[in-house]
Ligand binder design. Structure first.
Ligand SMILES: NC(=O)c1ccc[n+]([C@@H]2O[C@H](COP(=O)([O-])OP(=O)(O)OC[C@H]3O[C@@H](n4cnc5c(N)ncnc54)[C@H](OP(=O)(O)O)[C@@H]3O)[C@@H](O)[C@H]2O)c1
Length: 245
């Protein structure tokens, strides 16, 4: 799909990766870029048209799909991370919020925009996933579950929309240098690199982006995850529980 001349909508376009996604689309010559955000006044990038959208509000999602009936490229970027364990979390609030946003919000957007994309020639969906879609890490356990669910939905939506010519791109990344990863000192991808790789994939018709070395390694090790991925996670977590990490 060509981005030049396309009409795109990016969720969570007010900051972080979403803001960079929107700007990259403008630079690549998109005819119109809707920057969707809970607070549209915070969408200030040049050439980006602000639109109010909370992706967990199905009524509003439906309205936006009607209002933005010219969209041919949907970028499901909005997401939340609460750094919550499965067992140690005080309640299910973080897990529910992450699932409601990262899974149900993304699903709701795909469902609302599928007919819009069909009417506009098929187009493309980019779903912003994570290396945490591939394995469970106690530091972001319930987030990982929501991103695993979103990975599954991405694969399923691709199958269901193939007949209408919609390209569905999964973008997996490790840490990206935004507010979400502000707490970690681990190496981070730049949001610009992730956005460029995502839109290169759209233009090349590729269905998956593994944005960095760590993400590529984890994906390659999946068939031997209990030998290669989980032992170091276990060691790190046991040490953290004992207070010796
Ligand atoms: N940063 C990383 O290390 C990393 C790594 C891999 C994948 N990702 C994924 O990349 C995407 C972008 O994350 P980021 O790093 O840019 O995080 P961020 O800086 O925390 O930004 C998150 C964005 O999502 C929006 N958002 C959250 N809930 C929403 C809702 N219900 N409706 C609409 N917008 C909502 C936020 O809006 P408000 O300003 O209103 O809160 C904000 O614009 C997420 O899907 C994230 O899971 C991030």
């Amino acid at each position: 799909m060509k981005i030049g001349g396309s009409v795109a909508l990016v969720t969570g376009a007010n900051r972080g990766l979403g803001k960079v996604f929107a700007q990259e689309l403008v630079s690549r010559g998109a005819a119109k870029v809707y920057g969707a955000a809970r607070n549209p006044a915070a969408v200030t990038g040049p050439g980006v048209t602000p639109i109010a959208l909370d992706i967990t509000d199905p009524g509003r999602v439906a309205q936006v799909a009607e209002q933005c009936a010219d969209v041919s490229l949907l970028v499901n970027n909005a997401g939340v991370l609460k750094y919550s364990t499965f067992i140690g979390a005080p309640d299910l609030d973080a897990a529910r919020l992450e699932m409601e946003t990262n899974y149900f919000g993304t699903l709701s957007m795909c469902r609302a925009f599928a007919p819009v994309l069909a009417a506009n020639g098929g187009g493309a969906i980019v779903n912003m996933l994570s290396v945490s879609s591939f394995y469970s890490n106690p530091f972001d356990a319930s987030y990982g579950a929501s991103k695993a669910a979103a990975w599954s939905l991405t694969n399923g939506v691709r199958t269901e929309l193939h007949h209408q010519g919609t390209l569905v791109v999964a973008v997996h990344a490790s840490y990206i240098d935004t507010d979400m990863a502000a707490l970690t000192t681990e190496p981070k991808d730049s949001p610009e690199s992730v956005a460029q790789q995502a839109f290169d994939a759209v233009e090349a018709g590729q269905i998956e982006v593994l944005a960095d070395e760590r993400t590529r390694t984890v994906k390659a090790e999946l068939s031997r995850d209990h030998e290669l991925i989980y032992p170091p996670v276990q060691k790190f977590w046991d040490a953290a529980v004992k207070g010796t990490s």
